[in-house]
Design a protein. Structure first.
Length: 262
């Protein structure tokens, strides 16, 4: 069986995601510094053997804060995606099961949220109490449309007797939603309406480093690279899985067409 680019993407994406989870779970083991402990004599230390990613304006080790921030970001994103999976999945199944007004209303709602108002609703729904839980409960608004589209299409898969595709579609949408959730989590925290400093979260880290960009660029560069790595890993897995499913479907249709001609 030939190895296609999509299969390679799925393998690479899965490896990167597993690596991220390991880094998040083993953050305390992989770094010897406490992400919250300040050391004023080590303020703005550039990357070195002792501090591979340098230190911030409070002398805290940036590598430790990034690894622990990965745990925070993945935790918030996973909870938000789980909520969106339940709510969006229910709406999607409702749209797929009932034609007419109900189906059109659900799809219209999903299109409305995905067109831009979703992120605005996350921002304006802030009512105080900056915390990871508060952010995780607001973020599903942005993620629900993707699950509505995925679950509303399950009925078509069942008609085609393709039992493997529905599960693959859901997994792909979960991965793509995680990529979006990681980015949204960072953006909301960056503008001060998400997880506040000194909590180690990518958006909050970048926001603090922004004020010291000239004299300590590593405060922005390394959290930014970590954010890009996290979002890209989930995106590679989700997009590659989607491409693999589409290819499998086209091959199945071609095969059925050839059999019909025979």
């Amino acid at each position: 069986m030939s190895i296609t680019l999509s299969k390679i993407g799925v393998i690479v994406g899965a490896i990167l995601v597993v690596l991220m989870i390991i880094l998040a779970l083993c953050a305390s083991i992989l770094t010897e510094y406490d992400p919250f402990v300040s050391s004023m004599q080590d303020r703005f230390s550039p990357p070195s053997q002792q501090h591979p990613f340098g230190t911030d304006n409070m002398g805290r080790d940036i590598q430790s804060r990034i690894f622990h921030g990965l745990r925070t970001t993945l935790g918030v994103s996973f909870l938000a995606v789980l909520i969106a999976l339940v709510l969006g999945g229910a709406l999607g199944l409702l749209a797929g099961a009932f034609d007419g007004v109900i189906s059109r209303s659900v799809i219209l709602l999903a299109r409305f949220l995905s067109a831009g108002p979703g992120i605005l609703l996350v921002i304006v729904s802030y009512r105080g109490g900056l915390s990871a839980l508060n952010l995780a409960l607001r973020m599903p608004v942005v993620l629900i449309p993707g699950f509505v589209r995925a679950f509303s299409g399950l009925k078509l898969c069942q008609k085609g007797n393709n039992t493997k595709k529905p599960l693959g579609m859901v997994i792909a949408q979960i991965s793509l939603s995680m990529a979006l959730a990681v980015f949204v989590c960072a953006v909301i925290s960056y503008i001060g309406l998400g997880i506040p400093a000194p909590s180690p979260e990518f958006g909050a880290l970048i926001a603090v480093g922004r004020d010291h960009l000239r004299n300590a660029p590593w405060m922005v560069v390394y959290p930014g690279l970590a954010l890009a790595f996290a979002a890209l890993s989930f995106n590679i897995l989700g997009e590659s899985l989607n491409a693999l499913l589409l290819k499998s479907e086209s091959e199945l249709l071609s095969k059925n067409g050839a059999i019909t001609q025979l």
